[in-house]
Ligand binder design. Structure first.
Ligand code: NAD
Ligand code: MG
Length: 391
C-alpha cells in the first residue's frame, strides 16, 4: 500500500487523481485531502477516498466542513496553515495539484518532509524553481512530473545519457484560438477561451492554454525539472495532443510518448512509478487517427512563449513577475475586467520593468510575488496603462 495525500482534490487534476486511486483500492491509502472553498465536494471526496483527514483552506468554512463530515471519523482542519500541515503529514507521496502560487508553501512543506512529490502545480516551479529544487535535493525528495509534457519527457529522458540529449521538444496544442487572427482574438469571451479543443482542465490553465502562457510556464518548468539550458528546449505546435512531448538525442533518434489526451495516464504513471498499472482513462486507437500534424509556433499572435525565454534570461525576479502578472491578468479576464489580448499585454508590461536578481529565500519569492501582483493590478485598473485608456 502507498499512502497518498492529494492537495487540491476538488480540482481537475485532483479528480483525475481520485479516479486512478479508486481504480486501485488495494494499492493506495489516502492520508489527507485538501480544497479551497468547495466544502461539499471536499467532504464527498474525503468519504469516497476513505481519507484520514480533510482540510479546507478557507478558515471561515470550518463549521460547514464539520457539518458535512458529521458522523465520520475523518479528522477536520481549516486554514492556510492547516493545508501546509496536511502537506507534511506522513505519506509516501503528495500530489501537488493546487492551482497557482497558493500551492508554493504546502509544496515546500511536503518537500521538507522528504515525501515524494507528484508535481502538477507548475507555477511554483516558475517563480521559485531553484529554491524548490534545492529543498528537494536537501531532503532527498524526488519530484515526479505530472504535467503531460513533462511526464512524457520523464518517460523518454535517459538521464545517464544526458550529454547526448540535443533537445527537449515540448508539444503544444495551440489552444482554441490557434487559427484566429489578432483581430478575432481581441473580442473572444472567457467562455470561448475556456473551451479547450482537446483537454478538460481547470479555468486558469484553460485560459493559459488559450494565450499559450501555459507553454511559456512549461518551458521554465522543463528547464527546472530536467535542468536543461533554455536553448535546448523547443516548442512545437501539434494540434491533436497525441504526442505529449519528445527528446531528441545526438544520434538523430527522437523518442516520443503518445497517449490519449487524458491526465489519468500521466497521473497513473507517477502514482505507481516505477511500475505501471491500468487506468480508467481513455486509450488511444491509432487506426482512428490516420495522421498527426505539426507546425511552428507563431510568436506574433502568441507572444507568451518568447516571454518565458526572456524571463529565464533575465533571472529570478523576472520569472516571478511573469507568473504573478499572468495570474492576476487571467483572473481579471475571467471576471471580464479586461480583454483576452490584455492578458499577454499585462505580462509584457510587467516583464519590461527592472527586476531584482537577489531572490534567495522563500520569503523573498513571496514578497516579490506580492509586489508584482500589485503592479499588475494597477496596470489592470488602467492606472499606468495610457494606451488602453486612449483606445
Ligand atoms: P483547478 O482549478 O481545477 O483546481 C485547483 C485546486 O486547487 C482545487 O482543488 C482548489 O480547491 C485548490 N485551490 C485553489 N486555490 C487555492 C488556495 N488559495 N488554497 C488552497 N487550495 C486552493 O486546477 P487544475 O486544472 O486541477 O490545475 C491544478 C494545477 O495543475 C495547476 O497548477 C495547473 O497548471 C496544473 N496542471 C493541470 C492540468 C489539467 O489538466 N487540469 C494539466 C497539467 C498541469
Ligand atoms: Mg501541460
Amino acid at each position: 500500500m502507498k499512502t497518498v495525500s492529494v492537495l487540491g482534490v476538488t480540482g481537475s487534476i485532483g479528480q483525475s487523481t481520485a479516479d486512478v486511486i479508486r481504480a486501485h483500492p488495494d494499492k493506495f491509502d489516502v492520508q489527507a485531502v485538501t480544497a479551497h472553498t468547495n466544502v461539499q465536494k471536499l467532504a464527498k471526496m474525503a468519504i469516497d477516498l476513505k481519507a484520514n483527514c480533510a482540510v479546507i483552506a478557507d478558515e471561515a468554512l470550518e463549521k460547514d466542513l464539520e457539518k458535512a463530515l458529521a458522523g465520520t471519523d475523518i479528522q477536520i482542519m481549516a486554514g492556510e496553515v492547516a493545508v501546509c500541515n496536511a502537506a507534511s503529514m506522513k505519506a509516501d507521496l503528495v500530489m501537488a495539484a493546487i492551482v497557482g502560487m497558493a500551492g508554493l508553501k504546502p509544496l515546500m512543506k511536503a518537500i521538507e518532509q522528504g515525501t515524494q512529490v507528484a508535481i502538477a502545480n507548475k507555477e511554483p516551479l516558475v517563480s521559485a524553481g531553484p529554491i524548490v529544487l534545492e529543498a528537494a535535493q536537501k531532503s532527498g525528495t524526488t519530484l515526479l512530473p505530472v504535467d503531460s509534457e513533462h511526464n512524457a519527457i520523464f518517460q523518454v529522458f535517459d538521464a545517464k545519457q544526458k550529454e547526448a540529449i540535443e533537445k527537449i521538444i515540448l508539444t503544444a496544442s495551440g489552444g482554441p484560438f490557434r487559427t484566429f487572427s489578432m483581430q478575432e482574438m481581441e473580442s473572444v469571451t472567457p467562455e470561448q477561451a475556456l473551451a479547450h479543443p482537446n483537454w478538460s482542465m481547470g479555468d486558469k490553465i484553460s485560459i493559459d492554454s488559450a494565450t499559450m502562457m501555459n507553454k511559456a510556464l512549461e518551458v521554465i518548468e522543463a528547464a527546472e525539472l530536467f535542468q536543461m539550458a533554455p536553448e535546448k528546449i523547443e516548442v512545437l505546435v501539434h494540434p491533436e495532443s497525441i504526442i505529449h512531448s519528445m527528446v531528441e538525442y545526438a544520434d538523430g533518434s527522437i523518442l516520443a510518448q503518445m497517449g490519449a489526451a487524458d491526465m489519468r495516464t500521466p497521473i497513473a504513471n507517477i502514482l505507481n512509478w516505477p511500475e505501471r498499472v491500468s487506468t480508467p482513462g481513455q486509450k488511444l486507437d491509432l487506426k482512428m487517427l490516420k495522421r498527426l500534424n505539426f507546425e511552428a509556433l507563431d510568436d506574433e499572435r502568441f507572444p507568451a512563449v518568447a516571454m518565458a525565454y526572456e524571463a529565464l534570461d533575465k533571472g529570478p525576479g523576472a520569472r516571478i513577475a511573469m507568473n504573478a502578472a499572468n495570474e492576476e491578468a487571467v483572473q481579471a479576464f475571467l471576471e471580464k475586467e479586461i480583454g483576452f489580448l490584455d492578458i499577454t499585454a499585462c505580462v509584457r508590461h510587467i516583464l519590461d520593468a527592472e527586476h531584482p536578481q537577489d531572490i534567495n529565500t522563500l520569503e523573498d519569492v513571496l514578497a516579490y510575488d506580492e509586489k508584482m501582483r500589485g503592479a499588475a493590478k494597477s496596470y489592470i485598473l488602467g492606472k499606468d496603462n495610457k494606451e488602453r485608456k486612449a483606445s
